[in-house]
Design a protein around this ligand. Structure first.
Ligand code: FAD
Ligand code: EPU
Length: 339
């Protein structure tokens, strides 16, 4: 075992996941350099331990204790490759990066303000909010490959981004550790106000020519008005993805529920808000023990205090069954389920 690595045993993860469930990992290490990462991976492979890479823990649910090595990503640094291109280490905080860009007059990610978590996790599900997705500014990333120990560069096409999706959730799940992400920003931003709630707020505030700071502030205000702060009440943001359904099913549902919102994805497919479905099925504000559905946003499951991961998962399962029965739609978790 590499002596310089500080590997903790039976480590409590309660403060390392924003749902705030108490779960233990048999082994835990924080890495702050590439060589530490390599040693940690070697340690796990020698001991036959499963590896889990952890960033801010804001999109993960520990259903039970984890038997393996949790590698907590502490890689830091922001490098300017040019006036507008930034190479950012995976352990940087995402929202701090957004604020850094806004301060430097670099546009492109202001709509993604206040999303918790690390830069390295952003490509995993191609984070998105208020009309912008990571892929819109993405150039490439570097990943440490667990099988070969090589550093591989992935361009945008190779990442195969989709809605809350990428190659790292599919073929390369658990095989690559993202160590840096390169983004292309702009000094002459055209702000994106395509999301209705954002456009409405800008109008209400009487802002004539919004700049990137206005967009960031407005996004933060909208988010704070409906999403719970994980520091106050445990949650992982949207628990499920918004389902994409056929136009045919959408038309059938619309006949029964004329107020069902829908956003065309292709000519044949419509994305509908899972929050609306869960709300309509009567779940908003409901509790099952310590697990609950947020009172202001039905897509967010919350930990009222001492919920176990199992309790949160049981609530999610009940919700899925109920949505399947009422609307014939299968909800898919956005959150990564461990255990
Ligand atoms: P973690 O939860 O630590 O990890 C998530 C997954 O990525 C895990 O499977 C983990 O193993 C893997 N992973 C993490 N880092 C790496 C790495 N370096 N290399 C390889 N694999 C890695 N998401 C959105 O898209 N849009 C939103 O608007 C949004 N709003 C949110 C609001 C709240 C209040 C909360 C709590 C969450 C929200 N999220 C949102 C979800 C979450 O913030 C994002 O998915 C974020 O990118 C997760 O980052 P993290 O570092 O916390 O990842
Ligand atoms: N709605 C309800 N009741 C609710 C919640 C929502 O009726 O309790 C309906 C409303 O009609 C509303 C619509 O759902 O207009 C959409 O709601 P909202 O604007 O809050 O967005 P969302 O679809 O619930 C998605 C993302 C969020 C992202 C926002 C803003 C997913 C799974 N979620 O939420 O991402 O911040 O849009 O772009 O795509 C996350 O991924 O964790 C996340 C928070």
């Amino acid at each position: 075992m590499p002596t310089e690595l500080s590997i903790h045993k039976d480590f409590d993860l309660s403060t390392f996941n924003t749902m705030g469930v108490s779960s233990k990992t048999s082994h835990f290490v924080e890495i702050t350099s590439l060589s530490e990462l390599e040693k940690a991976v070697q340690f796990a492979q020698e001991k036959n331990l499963e590896i889990l890479i952890l960033g801010g823990g804001s999109n993960i649910l520990f259903k039970k204790d984890f038997d393996g090595l949790v590698i907590y990503n502490g890689l830091k640094g922001i490098d300017f490759l040019s006036d507008t291109e930034l190479k950012v280490a995976a352990g940087q905080n995402w929202h701090e990066l957004v604020l850094f860009c806004v301060q430097h007059g670099l546009g492109g990610i202001e709509n993604l303000s206040l999303i918790p978590g690390s830069v390295g996790a952003a490509p995993i599900q191609n984070i998105g909010a208020y009309g912008v997705e990571l892929e819109d500014v993405f150039v490439s990333l570097e990943a440490f490959m667990l099988e070969t120990y090589e550093i591989r560069t992935f361009n945008k096409t190779e990442c195969n981004f989709g809605y809350r999706d990428s190659v790292f959730k599919k073929e390369l799940k658990g095989k690559a550790v993202i160590i840096s992400v390169t983004l292309s920003l702009t000094k002459n931003p055209t702000v994106n106000t395509s999301y209705k709630a954002l456009a409405d707020l800008i109008k209400d505030k009487g802002i004539q020519n919004p700049g990137i700071k206005d967009i960031s502030n407005c996004v933060i205000e909208i988010r704070q008005s409906k999403l719970p702060d994980p520091k106050k009440i445990g949650n992982t943001g949207s628990f499920f993805k918004n389902p994409v359904i056929s136009v045919q099913l959408f038309d059938q549902l619309k006949a029964d529920y004329p107020d069902l919102p829908g956003y065309p994805v292709t000519e044949r497919q419509v994305k509908i808000p899972a929050g609306w479905l869960i709300d309509k099925a009567g779940w908003k504000g409901k509790r099952m023990g310590e697990a609950g559905v947020h009172t202001k946003q039905a897509l967010v499951l919350v930990n009222h205090g001492n919920a176990t991961g199992e309790e949160i998962w049981n609530l999610a399962t009940e919700i899925r069954l109920s949505i399947k029965e009422k609307f014939n739609i299968s909800l898919v978790p956005e959150v990564n389920i461990i255990g």
